[in-house]
Design a protein around this ligand. Sequence first.
Ligand code: SF4
Ligand code: SF4
Length: 295
Amino acid sequence: MNRKILRILSQFLVLSIVLMLPIFNVLRFDINTTELYLLGQAWSFSTSGGGYISGSSTLNHGNSSLNFLIKGVLPWFLFLLSFPIWGAILGRFFCGWLCPVSTIMEWGDALIKQIKRTLKYFSASSDRDFKDLFYGLLSGLISLITLIFISIIFSGFFIAPRDIFRQIITLNLTSNLIFTTLGMAGLVVATVLFAKRLLCNYVCIFGLVQMLAAIVSPISMRVRFDRKNGKNCTNCRGCENACLMGLKPRTLIKMSTSCINCGECMTACEKELGVGMKLFHYRFGKGNPLRGTAP
Ligand code: SF4
Ligand code: SF4
């Protein structure tokens, strides 16, 4: 299967799983009942016990805290611990192929580019291309519907999804739902418009952990430029234009920490030189420590 399609499918799959977490009470905090749901179990904060206790628990507070740590916190801690392992083996592959935040930013960026085509249509004094108008307006509509849909689903992390569904069906929206949804929409728009890759490079702890693990690991996977065949490069700059992280893929070195192994540079190079002739490859460890010297 085509690399780009495979990446879109994997991004879609992970984003869908994340959006379903509140529906199955895997992770959500109910602002109405102030209960915390972790892996299907509800926990209430007990001021007398100084911690979270399970609603169905008949244990004393000491046992309940231990129960909370084992059933609620430990699985997430183990999940977080998996990130250095990801980084040590696959570099920042998770960021480029699976991260839901990165997916929203990337897809949001793509839609914004299309919306700009509408502006191009209106600003052109002559030779207006109707396709610019059509795709621009279509992207605007898709963006709006997706934003509303995602914001409502994200609200499910704070309001019981069943309540949200009932309110929407009966058109009886509470102020809690309206404000939470508006807040989520604001967060998504701000992330797409302003956070961009700053978040990935300087804020996200998962990205940072993968970066560090990739640097120290002798086997981590990297995208490498094939210097031996570098003379075939036409200097079309397709790889640079396609790079999601704004890098110059031909000059990547082992210490480069920003590359998310998305493979977009490979796809661009395949388009220019043909499949089988591309100048970028995934390599593990020292495999092929190439450094770009092409024009
Ligand atoms: S260098 Fe290539 S693989 Fe790395 S982020 Fe840029 S486009 Fe993706
Ligand atoms: S896409 Fe390939 S041919 Fe074009 S500049 Fe990059 S490496 Fe060279």
